[in-house]
Ligand binder design. Structure first.
Ligand SMILES: Nc1ncnc2c1ncn2[C@@H]1O[C@H](COP(=O)(O)OP(=O)(O)OP(=O)(O)O)[C@@H](O)[C@H]1O
Ligand SMILES: [Mg+2]
Length: 361
């Protein structure tokens, strides 16, 4: 993300400290998003710079997971009231001040283009697959991998856990410090042994032990737990250099728990909330978010492949790039761009081997 211009603080915007909150000395240092796109440097400023925010309110905000200007500028008043434990008027003023300081509002298309030039791409391990993705998996966006069982969704997710930690010149996100990865595992299929196998080809460029240490694995036992883990990831991303978040798989728990037509609305509502957390995390922290998804067959479809991702419109709208994986001969798999705001509907072949994802010779 390019550094945004900061507006000068205006005394008129002063926010009155919440009643009952005693000003005291801050017990912790200021934290800011270690944004992967800006070389892990501090992002755009600190919440302490907001007019009228005293140390007590800043501390309260940090404790509630709003440690950065971006997190405050993108939260809703209702959410800040509920989570931040602040009054409505104060919450509204804080949000407005954060938006002002970040120059939130409309931006011109050339600025968006400039921002997009700062997006990073993570290599998939296969040059042809990277080409299909326009250079690799994009940061600042949600990419959905969907397909039948054994099509390579989990393998590709493992591969990206390793690749994200590579130096930039090799297709990773690392510049100075380490890059961390969060893996939300809903099916219990994460295997550190596979990570070790996939690290082998970059042995000289990666410290194998460190690669494992930088992957934070969370086993989600139900959909609520999954949602909590995603929120925790969003919170951690404000202080940790997280470059990639994986949810493997997105809907399995939701599908198993909300059975029958009567529960569909509740399920979609929860799913919407969960996806919103992930989408916001990707955009605000400029991280790559990977979702894996199952498929269902549409029997009334007469033309084309009737295999469709589950989750309906909610998932469809949240995933900026949707990739359909299917099996081919032996270790070969086919990836197809099913939906993208930028990439053509193309497909390519890659292979899953003991050492990870590679090109087909
Ligand atoms: N060590 C390995 N060496 C070579 N190929 C492997 C290895 N481990 C897994 N594979 C390949 O990966 C396939 C499994 O792929 P993966 O686990 O990514 O499927 P998936 O799309 O996540 O399926 P599901 O929907 O069941 O989760 C295996 O069938 C095998 O072909
Ligand atoms: Mg899987």
């Amino acid at each position: 993300m390019p550094p945004r211009k900061k507006k000068s603080n205006n005394a008129k915007n002063e926010i009155v400290e919440e009643e009952g909150v005693l000003e005291g000395t801050m017990s912790e240092n200021s934290t800011s998003v270690p944004n992967v796109a800006t070389n892990n440097e501090a992002s755009t400023g600190s919440i302490d710079d907001l007019p009228g925010i005293g140390p007590a309110t800043a501390k309260k905000l940090r404790e509630s997971g709003f440690g950065t200007l971006e997190s405050l500028a993108t939260v809703s008043i209702g959410q800040l009231v509920a989570v931040g434990n602040l009054g409505e008027a104060t919450s509204s003023k804080i949000i407005q001040a954060a938006r002002d300081s970040l120059n939130f509002g409309f931006v011109s298309a050339d600025e968006i283009l400039e921002r997009r030039r700062n997006m990073l791409k993570i290599t998939t391990g296969s040059a042809s697959l990277d080409d299909l993705f326009g250079g690799g998996i994009e940061t600042g966006a949600v990419t959905e991998l969907y397909g039948e069982f054994r099509t390579g969704k989990t393998q590709l997710a493992h591969q990206l856990c390793v690749a994200a930690q590579l130096p930039r010149e090799l297709g990773g996100l690392r510049v100075d410090g380490p890059i961390k990865v969060i893996y939300i595992d809903t099916e219990g299929t994460f295997r550190p042994e596979r990570i070790l196998n996939m690290t082998k080809r970059w042995e000289g460029d990666l410290d194998v032990k460190q690669v494992l240490k930088n992957i934070m694995h969370g086993r989600a036992y139900n959909s609520d737990h999954q949602m909590v883990l995603a929120e925790k990831a969003a919170q951690d991303s404000q202080t940790e250099p997280i470059g990639l978040v994986i949810v493997d798989s997105l809907i399995a728990h939701f599908r198993a728990e909300y059975i029958g037509r009567g529960t569909l609305a509740t399920r979609q509502q929860k799913l919407n909330q969960h996806i919103h957390t992930l989408l916001k995390m990707a955009e605000v922290g400029n991280m790559a978010v990977i979702l894996t998804n199952q498929v269902h067959s549409k029997p009334d479809m007469f033309f084309g492949d009737p295999t469709l991702p589950v989750g309906g419109h909610i998932v469809a709208h949240a995933s900026q790039t949707r990739v359909y994986l299917r099996k081919s001969k032996g270790e070969r798999r086919i990836a197809r761009i099913a939906d993208s705001p930028l990439l053509p509907e193309n497909e390519t072949v890659f292979a899953i081997t003991g050492d990870g994802i590679i090109d087909v010779n």
